[in-house]
Ligand binder design. Structure first.
Ligand code: NAD
Length: 104
């Protein structure tokens, strides 16, 4: 991973995600934190939200699709959102963008 790659952290307002996001921001990485604030809090990301290399997206990774369409092939995804297995499978399928965008 180079310093210019963007790191996307799901569950960024949660305990694990916020600590990962903070460490990445401190290292100089460009970080996008995604959370639906179902259980996490803005207080967990209050400090890094003021940093220029952190962006928060209030989104649900199951039902909101826009945030990951911004990702490039060089982006890194760290998944720390707490979602049930059934939803996790659906999420991975969407990340692969199949079948409609895959050439035959
Ligand atoms: N904390 C631990 O000791 C521990 C140990 C082993 C595994 N885990 C796993 O690691 C993950 C994170 O744990 P944590 O302690 O940080 O939990 P947490 O509840 O503090 O953080 C999870 C975050 O995910 C967010 N989230 C949930 N569903 C979402 C959705 N659909 N879209 C967007 N955001 C969503 C919540 O709002 C929350 O901020 C969990 O899956 C947990 O089971 C945690």
């Amino acid at each position: 991973m180079s310093k210019t790659d963007t790191v996307y952290v799901t569950g960024a307002a949660g305990m694990i995600g916020s600590n990962i996001a903070r460490a990445l921001v401190d290292s100089g990485a460009s970080v996008v934190g995604i959370d639906n604030l179902w259980r996490g809090t803005r207080a967990n990301i209050a400090e890094i939200s003021m940093r220029p290399n952190f962006t928060f997206r209030h989104a649900d990774i199951i039902s909101d699709h826009d945030w990951y369409l911004d990702m490039s092939e060089d982006s890194v995804l760290i998944h720390a959102a707490d979602i049930v297995a059934r939803h996790r499978v659906r999420f991975c399928q969407r990340m692969e963008r199949v079948p409609e965008e895959r050439p035959d």
